[in-house]
Design a protein. Structure first.
Length: 162
């Protein structure tokens, strides 16, 4: 049986039938700078930068997964894809330096559908407790909006779209 085509944003220059292993997303999370120095009256001080909330959210998601949903695939070892090309295009429009591809999971990967909005943004006046509860809803697979597809395992490029 033929697998459903999915849509993924990745680095430019990948070729048709090229197989891509997961992990680059989590490497970017782990290597993201969190603190920047700023000059203030009385000296230089450290402040969180613009990437800090996204990294904190990934840590919350992974902590909840590891402690409460350990059988589900870790975002650290997954690709993130979309079921529909129009959704992928909407997401991709906000990226720089990436190419949109049609892909298929390669081999026998584990797939997990989760609500993109639950796993990818803080809310105004959020607390850690609210973020943890939203992470639980994410890992329970509660869908309110567009699902993202986590693919634990390699993917194969079918065609470059943009």
């Amino acid at each position: 049986m033929m697998q459903q085509a999915l849509f993924w944003s990745g680095p430019p220059g990948l070729g048709v039938q090229q197989v891509v292993e997961p992990g680059s997303y989590w490497r970017r999370v782990i290597n993201a700078p969190l603190i920047e120095g700023r000059d203030q009256p009385g000296g230089r001080v450290a402040f969180p930068n613009a990437q800090t909330p996204a990294v904190l959210l990934e840590v919350v998601l992974e902590w909840v997964r590891a402690t409460e949903f350990p059988t589900l695939p870790s975002r650290a070892t997954c690709h993130f894809a979309w079921e529909r090309e129009d959704w992928a295009r909407d997401y991709h429009a906000g990226l720089t330096g990436a190419m949109l591809y049609e892909i298929q999971p390669s081999g026998s990967p584990r797939l997990f559908r989760a609500d993109y909005n639950l796993g990818n943004a803080f809310r105004e006046r959020d607390t850690l407790l609210r973020a943890v509860e939203r992470a639980r809803r994410y890992w329970r697979g509660e869908l309110e909006g567009r699902p993202e597809i986590l693919i634990q395992g390699p993917i194969a490029i079918i065609r470059a779209i943009t």
